[in-house]
Design a protein around this ligand. Sequence first.
Ligand code: SAM
Ligand SMILES: COc1cc(-c2oc3cc(O)cc(O)c3c(=O)c2O)cc(OC)c1O
Length: 362
Amino acid sequence: MEQYWDDDDLLVAAQSDLWNHLFVFLKSMSLKCAVELGIPDAIHRHSGPVSVPDLVAALSLPAARLPPLRRLMRMLAFSRLFTRQTSEAAAGGEEEDLYGLTPTSRLLVDDAGGRRSLAPFVRAMLDPVHTAPCLHVGDWFKAADGAATPFEAVHGSVIWGVTRSNPEFNAVFNEGMAADGTFIMDVIVRKCGHVFRGLRSLVDVGGGTGAAAGIVAEAFPHIKCAVLDLPQVVQGLPADGPVDFVAGSMFERVPPADAVMLKWILHDWDDEVCVRILQKCKEAIPSREAGGKVIVVEQVTGSSPEEKSTEMQHFFDVWMMILTGGRERDEQEWCKIFTEAGFSDYKIAATLGLRSVIEVFP
Ligand SMILES: C[S@@+](CC[C@H](N)C(=O)[O-])C[C@H]1O[C@@H](n2cnc3c(N)ncnc32)[C@H](O)[C@@H]1O
Ligand SMILES: COc1cc(-c2oc3cc(O)cc(O)c3c(=O)c2O)cc(OC)c1O
């Protein structure tokens, strides 16, 4: 230890690492700003790399914001959200950096009817309702008031209570989840459509505003698709579309179907509650021989050899700890929950990035 502190190179490297931990939040906050300003859309509309003066004009920003926008764009390009190239100076003019989209910022562009834009997801996750509890995790650890999560300690209610009492946040949250639902279900039906083949009906439990179920209905028109979610989520949604909406609670009754989908639901809850949810799902489906199954879309931690993915899995686990009191699980932990809920077998049908599609059989 002594030796370590005697090495100035290590000392300075440790300080740089500390700064990295300290200021990495500026990455999220600058991303939030870029989405709020609509920078990815503006670059897309320009159909080619764009200078900062052109961006200021396209976004109708005050001229005084030109120098700070240059600095923000330089940082975002360094973080690989945008590309940056220096243009030739026009005769007598100044050199201007030009900014373009990367595959990451392309995900934030609202085209094809907004289908693939993940901008609403960014808005939802970085909404102050979500970020405020992240600033109070230390207080929550020390408090003896019994709040189950930092979210509850700050907002005085679980997240589903806030979506009920705060219509603005309810809309932002549901739009964010729908953006992700459309994005990932498109990939799931392409990459592991066999999971849905042969089904006559499917109910997406906690399926939000029906984005994921809508993709299944579009890809497999013969499957009768329904969504069960809380009243504040499904009320007012169209009754004549490809998906039927049922207002209710998965703790009371799951509508009968060949398959139940649980996408990003179980990680919101502790093991005992997951078992109860799965038991309700099991009551809703026929036997395995008759085609019954539960389709779980969740992370299986430890399944990726990449350090970056593993870091993200830890982030998710802490995110769930802060917001819902849920957790991420490895394969053994999933297996235990499925078995305790009375299921006989499961199969990891595919792993797409950070999430896996798991078929769970009665
Ligand atoms: C994390 S979101 C996931 C939404 C969607 N499945 C997705 O992956 O985008 C959790 C969903 O569970 C719903 N939910 C929470 N409690 C519920 C309950 N008791 N019964 C039915 N849905 C519930 C929420 O309203 C929300 O839509
Ligand atoms: C679907 O991809 C992601 C989902 C989430 C996420 O975020 C929340 C936020 C919240 O207030 C309550 C919740 O129950 C959830 C979720 O269940 C949930 O899955 C977060 C992500 O990145 C941090 C996602 O990529």
